[in-house]
Design a binder for this molecule. Structure first.
Ligand code: FMN
Length: 276
């Protein structure tokens, strides 16, 4: 951001001895492109709206600056979430098995291995922190797909420490398309939203309904509990499914809810709340 601002300031400096008009024009075009990019950066709310699962990818490696941003975020989130997420690049074998082909995966050359120490809450943390990578990827112009089943573990491509396991993969890359929206449940099917619950609660539920879930099952619910010691309280619950993955889905949906509700905002209309 600071570098962008410096470049824009430079734009207004007159270059009396500029090498030539073409160089000057080229410089201005570059500056406009940077400024345009600066003002058009996708927000997380916009990423939630734009994101759909994408299973077919272009044969195009991830840009170096994009890889750097992802690697840095993964390092931070691995610490925060006590996970061992790993970005694997230019490795086509994991998505060449029968399951991947049956699942219509094509040209997946990059993916994130979602691993961590075996624990009761591993799946929820995988969902919560993995979705942060998914939405970040969307803001970087990438597409993604959570994958619980349709991948093969290729020995030598990932590292598992003592006591760790792989919970799932996330395919990542430049999509052939931007995907399509999924069928969603109604707000009342998954929450106790009413005239007396806060507006930010409804917005949180709306954002959760746009979250990816295994086979689009959306087996989660949100309850506005009330106030305690001056804090709003929200209870999120997973439902039953024979398919499984409900705890991972819940972690994903909770992250969406926080973005929609503006958990970190703390403003008058988007007060912070506690999960209970
Ligand atoms: C935990 C999880 C596991 C998933 N596993 C698979 C999978 O194995 N194969 C697949 O094609 N899609 C998989 N998906 C993607 C879902 O099918 C997709 O998110 C859902 O249909 C909603 O569509 P959307 O993501 O485009 O909104 C998975 C999603 C989640 C959250």
């Amino acid at each position: 951001m600071a570098a962008n601002a410096v470049i824009i300031v430079l734009f207004f400096i007159n270059y009396p001895n500029c090498a030539g008009k073409i160089t000057n024009l080229f410089l201005k075009m570059t500056i406009f492109a940077v400024a345009f990019n600066m003002f058009c950066e996708m927000t997380l709310e916009e990423a939630i709206e734009a994101r759909h699962s994408v299973r077919a990818y272009k044969d195009q490696p991830l840009a170096a600056d994009v890889v750097k941003v992802l690697e840095e975020k993964i390092a931070v989130l691995n610490c925060e979430g006590k996970l061992h997420m790993q970005l694997i690049l230019n490795e086509p074998k994991a998505f060449q098995g029968t399951m991947a082909k049956y699942g219509k995966f094509r040209n997946v050359g990059n993916y994130i291995v979602m691993a961590g120490q075996k624990a009761d809450d591993l799946d929820e943390r995988v969902g919560y922190y993995g979705e942060q990578l998914v939405l970040l990827a969307q803001t970087l112009g990438l597409n993604t797909c959570w994958v619980g089943l349709s991948y093969s573990k290729v020995p030598g491509t990932y590292v598992l420490d003592e006591g760790e396991k792989i919970a799932c993969y996330i395919a990542i890359g430049y999509g052939e398309t931007q995907g399509v929206g999924h069928k969603i449940k109604t707000i009342n099917q998954v929450s106790n939203t009413s005239d007396v619950t806060p507006t930010w609660f409804r917005k949180g539920v709306e954002a959760a309904l746009l979250a990816p879930t295994a086979v689009n099952q959306q087996k989660f619910s949100f309850e506005y509990v009330g106030m305690k010691d001056g804090h709003h309280q929200v209870h999120a619950k997973k439902g039953f499914s024979i398919i499984g993955y409900t705890q991972m889905d819940l972690g994903i949906a909770k992250y969406h809810f926080e973005i929609g509700a503006g958990k970190e905002d703390g403003g008058e209309h988007q007060p912070s709340f506690d999960w209970v």
